[in-house]
Ligand binder design. Structure first.
Ligand SMILES: C[S@@+](CC[C@H](N)C(=O)[O-])C[C@H]1O[C@@H](n2cnc3c(N)ncnc32)[C@H](O)[C@@H]1O
Length: 257
């Protein structure tokens, strides 16, 4: 199968997609921050269980007398990619991490900076991500890198994964999410480049503001796992709910360097 995309068309789609997302935030109501007001539920569960075994049933419940110690006073450097709003970053900061956030949307970065300043929050710094997928931090900077409902907008996904490996400290952890093939959004895709697994939200997507943005869509869980083959202790799980008009079905992946 031949790929239609060369590096120039990839760069163009990457930049169009960033512009769509900037416009998405810029067109919204003025105020502190728009989008999610509260952290993503699977992230809360992942972080809160970091000191518990994710696989051993007996160990998982063996926390008597240590319930609070297991959940509080985390240490280390955390990076959130595509933070959009401050909800996840504030949660990570409250858990004890020193946090950095990257966003391709200048509007989102401006809103976050204003809020952090007004509320004198010191342990979170946010930055505009101008050259995704190159992460603008030195190698071995982070103990934790998270990216919820966003990392697939890095169209050269292989390069993105190698960047995650580069910026993580040895044993550093990551946590990312992807649309599962059952997610209602997948009904609204046009194929952009089959070989590169690139699709875009088509003209019928109910969320008009994101139509046209291009994303990397893994074929299945196995493909997702292969993409992160250079990491240890990988876990992939599905999280679904039908509480809102579009059925949500996500693949989450965690692991460490
Ligand atoms: C559905 S929102 C999710 C925001 C936030 N992570 C959350 O969980 O609430 C998608 C986010 O992806 C961001 N985005 C766009 N291009 C991106 C890229 N190349 N890498 C990471 N995030 C990107 C958008 O600006 C937007 O904030």
């Amino acid at each position: 199968m031949k790929s239609k995309f060369n590096s120039k068309s990839l760069a163009k789609s990457q930049s169009n997609t960033s512009n769509i997302w900037n416009e998405y935030y810029a067109s919204q109501e003025a105020g502190n921050w728009v989008g999610n007001q509260y952290p993503t539920e699977p992230l809360i569960r992942y972080i809160s269980n970091l000191r518990k075994s994710p696989t051993n049933k007996m160990e998982y419940f063996n926390d008597t007398g240590r319930e609070l110690k297991l959940k509080k006073n985390y240490k280390g450097q955390a990076l959130e990619i595509g933070f959009g709003t401050l909800a996840n970053l504030i949660f990570l900061k409250d858990k004890g991490f020193s946090c950095k956030g990257l966003e391709v949307s200048i509007d989102s970065v401006n809103r976050s900076k204003k809020y952090l300043k007004q509320n004198k929050i010191k342990n979170i710094k946010t930055f505009l991500w101008e050259k995704s997928p190159i992460i603008p931090f030195p190698s071995k900077s982070f103990d934790l890198v998270v990216g919820l409902q966003c990392v697939y907008y890095n169209l050269n996904f292989k390069l993105f994964v190698s960047e995650i490996k580069r910026v993580l400290k040895p044993n550093g952890k990551f946590f990312f999410s992807f649309f599962s093939n059952k997610h209602d959004y997948i009904k609204y895709i046009d194929i952009v480049d089959k070989k590169k697994n690139l699709v875009k939200w088509n003209k019928k997507h109910p969320n008009k503001r994101i139509r046209g943005s291009v994303l990397f869509q893994p074929k299945n869980k196995k493909h997702l796992s292969t993409l992160f083959k250079d990491f240890k202790n990988k876990r992939i799980f599905t999280y679904e709910f039908d509480q809102i008009p579009m059925f949500q079905s996500w693949w989450y992946i965690s692991g460490n360097k």
